[in-house]
Design a protein. Structure first.
Lengths: 529, 406
């Protein structure tokens, strides 16, 4: 029976705690008597018969006819799937998407459906490389569909292949992939890594156009998204997306949503010590930590990055549900929270976060400075329900080298964003009004997004908007171990050591602040009361 | 009189070249520059005047000479030994009292006793340079590279009346010593105009924001209409001054290509922009800077090479394919302005240096005796937050002065 997550009060006997530092780690001692560590629940057991569970879900959907009953010869069937941004790290083969889509295709073949398109629902993310498509879908699907042009990636800038479904009562236009819009049935295959994902967000972002996304992916909306991972009604983002979802339900194609959840068994040996609670480390774990960190210190960061991105995670499916989107998603959220929720009493003055080598926007790439901000303030800060772990005006301390390095193929507009936008402003609303249009209309970015493997030109803005609430909420943000000029460009304060960071933070929170460390990995959602 | 003099001593030139790599200014201690005692030069003919130096700047070409980096090209265009110094403000004694002047240092037709190439020609005008190596003077392209005239790194030197410009009473010596580099910058700025005509908002990139780059920015802003100026600078103080002088966008040098791409809505194709700046001014003059400028200049655009290069290695395939014009910008003379009028560059420069308060670009002055320190300072000007370093030969100047550049 896996142990639930819990909150450890740090005392003198508490060993130093593991912090991610990009492509490395450090052990940090937190002050006794006023610090606590939030540990995630241990990984839930996987479904015993995953393929059997998939078939069962397709045959016994929620608030919907079974999938085979919705399939008929001559129909247009579109299968859309979550892109490479999750899960993290990528899962060991076979990937959940492969298993689910193979089951859907078996049923489609049995029903005589031959007009099937498979679309990577990547929104404004970068196109997946062939090896990534093969990993997510398997060689059988790739070889059968890709050469015939029936497996491809959504293009939010292909205006000939976008269709307007309708407009919400707030004036939000829903414009999605035309093939999906014209289909007799759209099957969406999701992996729900965090509570923010899934539901109506799957199609209304993954298959949407830029103009459709821009109505809710902006500074104002994200500043008013006070609970990205918790209650939907406190998220301006999700409120908007759910309105678009109603338009999709009422005026769009028939949908069949398949959502899956994974356990948090994220790192295989020899990195499994990362997920352990530090006081339970044995001699072998300590030796592995020392050997790992010393080796990583000696090798070029490029080599370390390659090692980490080659990790294939052992996480496994813990649930699958299919059918009507809203009903399916409510069930999904129950499973996500069952795995990730940790009750926490009260807020803290200082929140410490170790920033890892990867976030949803740099699979097989570089965690550039903007993504450090996005991961810290957009994701980890937001891993709460009810209220943030850190009090308003408190301090967030992150650990990451924050090197000024960008992946030139994946993140070309990020480089310009760093060089042109951030020196001008770090305010998400101001930058949106002043600069986003230029980046949206830049033909070079469009070309690279549509034909290469680049994130859309506006994506650095979106990454920055993701941290808008955290940026607004915190009184000071400090990065320990980061390149000082780069950290300052982000609008944050650099510190050499954790002790220095606490000293700097004392200007804001006094000399004896309460400290909470969010232990990453694995993923957890703090249910703060 | 005591003067700083450069002689052709090959061993010292080699040593200076080696030492300059190790430490800025080290070349001044071991190289071809020496403090010597010489007689003031004789006036060679009527129309020549004796100029008493007030301030004399240290230029990039002076540093290249002191550090032994000058191209062999100049071997036959200079005459050793010579006293350097061509950025100068000084005075001429007249019966009515001292007359403050700046010197246009090019030793042109009039100075060398040849007919002018056209009426009213400036010393730098004309399409045949034979006069620079012949005539009544020893070879020398300018005062400061000619044995016959001496140079401004001495209490006095001689200049022909064709080279002499009076300056307004209100103009300080500190502004006036900037006139010569300002003229060079304006000349480079105006050389961009032929490829900018007819373009509504032409983009000009400037790579390098030392003295010359900054003067070119000022020239672009003042005399080239409607231009959008994008500057790549290395040091924070250079960036601040570039902005003050009217640059629209100032970025780090290694960010210039991306800034130009954004400003011109180009694609990046390999190392080159698909389009690029209509013109680029290279105020550095190295293999790397010329390469960078060719990459960011649009097809059929123009690269104005203002920084003095020596031997460089550049792949010119892009220049060939894009039909890029690569144009040198040596000094100044008579300019054709965008409105078609003809003006002497020095007149524009005097007005610019005065109006814009270019004393702000003069970061430090040294007595001639402290030339080791002065050269070291000038050689590391960017790193030390300086722009222009000069010798102060005015009688009251006995100590070094330094101020913040911006």
């Amino acid at each position: 029976m896996p142990r639930p997550g819990f909150v450890l009060e740090v005392d003198r006997s508490t060993p130093p705690l593991l912090f991610w530092r990009g492509e490395n780690f450090s052990l940090e001692k937190l002050p006794a008597g006023r610090s606590r560590v939030i540990y995630p629940p241990e990984p839930l057991p996987a479904i015993d018969d995953i393929d059997g569970a998939i078939v069962h879900a397709l045959l016994n959907p929620i608030d919907s006819d079974p999938l085979p009953a919705q399939l008929f010869p001559g129909m247009k069937l579109t299968i859309a799937f979550d892109d490479v941004s999750l899960p993290l790290p990528k899962m060991q083969s076979p990937d959940t998407r492969q298993r689910v889509i193979e089951a859907v295709l078996d049923m489609a073949a049995a029903a005589g459906v031959d007009d099937v398109h498979i679309i990577a629902a990547l929104g404004l993310h970068r196109r997946m490389h062939e090896y990534e498509l093969r990993h997510a879908l398997g060689d059988r699907i790739y070889d059968a569909f890709h050469p015939r042009g029936m497996l491809y990636q959504h293009d939010a800038e292909d205006h000939d292949n976008l269709a307007v479904i309708g407009t919400t009562d707030h004036g939000e236009v829903l414009e999605i992939n035309k093939r999906a819009a014209d289909s007799d049935l759209v099957v969406y295959v999701n992996i729900n890594s965090v509570p923010m994902d899934g539901g109506w967000k799957s199609i209304t972002t993954g298959l949407a156009s830029y103009r459709c996304l821009s109505v809710h992916h902006n500074g104002e909306t994200l500043q008013n998204t006070r609970s990205l991972m918790g209650h939907r009604k406190h998220s301006a983002l999700h409120t908007s997306i759910w309105r678009l979802g109603q338009v999709l339900r009422d005026h769009g194609p028939k949908l069949f949503q398949i959502e899956t959840t994974l356990n948090t068994d994220m790192f295989p040996k020899p990195f499994d010590f990362i997920s352990k609670r530090e006081w339970e480390w044995n001699a072998k774990d300590r030796a592995t930590y020392l050997a790992t960190t010393k080796s990583l210190n000696r090798m070029p960061v490029r080599a370390a990055r390659k090692i980490f991105h080659s990790i294939e995670s052992p996480h496994q499916m813990t649930s699958i549900q299919a059918g009507e989107t809203s009903a399916v998603h409510e069930r999904t959220l129950e499973h996500v929270y069952r795995q990730q929720l940790v009750p926490v009493e009260g807020q803290t003055d200082i929140l410490t976060l170790g920033i890892p080598f990867v976030c949803p926007y740099n699979p097989d790439g570089i965690m550039n400075p903007i993504l450090v901000m996005c991961m810290g303030l957009g994701y980890l800060f937001n891993m709460y329900r009810n209220k943030p772990l850190v009090r308003e005006g408190g301090v967030i301390i992150m650990t990451h080298p924050t090197y000024r390095e960008f992946h030139p193929v994946h993140h070309p507009s990020y480089i310009d964003f760093f060089e042109q936008v951030l020196p001008d402003t770090t305010d998400p609303v101001v930058m949106g009004h002043k600069w986003e249009k230029q980046y949206a209309e830049d033909e070079w970015y469009r070309h690279l997004y549509r034909t290469g493997n680049a994130y859309h030109g506006v994506h650095p803005f979106y990454a920055w908007y993701w941290g808008a609430h955290g940026q607004q909420h915190a009184g000071k943000i400090i990065i320990v171990g980061g390149d000082p000029p780069t950290v300052r460009r982000l609008g944050f304060t650099p510190a050499s050591t954790m002790d220095d960071a606490f000293e700097i933070a004392s200007d804001v929170v006094g000399r004896a602040p309460t400290i909470t460390h969010l232990h990453v990995p694995a993923l957890l959602v703090a249910d703060v009361t | 009189m005591k003067a700083l003099q450069v002689d052709r001593k090959l061993g010292r030139l080699g040593l200076a070249r080696a030492m300059s790599v190790l430490s800025p200014g080290a070349a001044a201690r071991v190289g071809p520059l020496e403090m010597v005692t010489i007689d003031p030069p004789a006036l060679p003919a009527p129309g020549w005047h004796r100029v008493h130096t007030h301030l004399a700047g240290i230029c990039g070409s002076d540093l290249a000479t002191v550090e032994g980096h000058v191209s062999p090209y100049f071997d036959d265009w200079v005459s050793f030994p010579f006293v350097p110094g061509h950025e100068v403000v000084g005075h001429i004694d007249t019966p009515d009292g001292p007359r403050r002047v700046v010197i246009e240092p090019v030793l042109g037709h009039a100075a060398r006793g040849f007919p002018l190439p056209f009426e009213g020609a400036a010393p730098g005008d004309g399409n045949d340079y034979a006069h620079l190596a012949t005539g009544r003077l020893e070879p020398g392209i300018q005062i400061g590279f000619c044995n016959s005239t001496c140079g401004a790194w001495a209490p006095e030197f001689i200049a022909h009346e064709s080279q002499i410009h009076d300056i307004p009473d209100a103009m300080t010596d500190e502004q006036a010593v900037m006139v010569e580099p300002t003229a060079g910058g304006i000349h480079a700025a105006l050389l961009t105009w032929p490829v900018l005509q007819g373009i509504e908002r032409p983009v000009v990139a400037v790579l390098g924001a030392g003295t010359m780059g900054l003067c070119a920015i000022a020239g672009l802003r003042r005399y080239v209409p409607g231009v959008h100026i994008v500057v790549g600078a290395r040091y924070p103080h250079q960036m601040a001054i570039a902005k003050l002088l009217g640059a629209d966008e100032v970025v780090r040098s290694d960010e210039l290509a991306r800034a130009v791409r954004r400003a011109t809505s180009s694609h990046m194709v390999g190392d080159h922009l698909s389009g690029g700046a209509d013109a680029t001014i290279d105020a550095v003059g190295t293999s790397a800077s010329i390469t960078d400028c060719l990459r960011i200049t649009r097809p059929r655009g123009r690269v104005v090479l203002m920084g003095m290069p020596a031997e460089v290695t550049v792949d010119l395939t892009g220049l060939w394919h894009r039909e890029t014009q690569l144009v040198g910008a040596y000094t100044y003379g008579t300019e054709t302005m965008p409105d078609g009028s003809r003006v002497r560059t020095f007149d524009l420069a005097i007005d610019t240096a005065h109006s814009l308060g270019f004393e702000r670009l003069l970061s430090a002055t040294y007595p001639l005796d402290d030339y080791h320190d002065a050269i070291a300072h000038a050689a590391a000007a960017g790193r030390r937050g300086a722009v222009k370093v000069a010798f102060d030969l005015r009688p009251r100047a006995r100590t070094r002065t330094e101020k913040a550049s911006s």
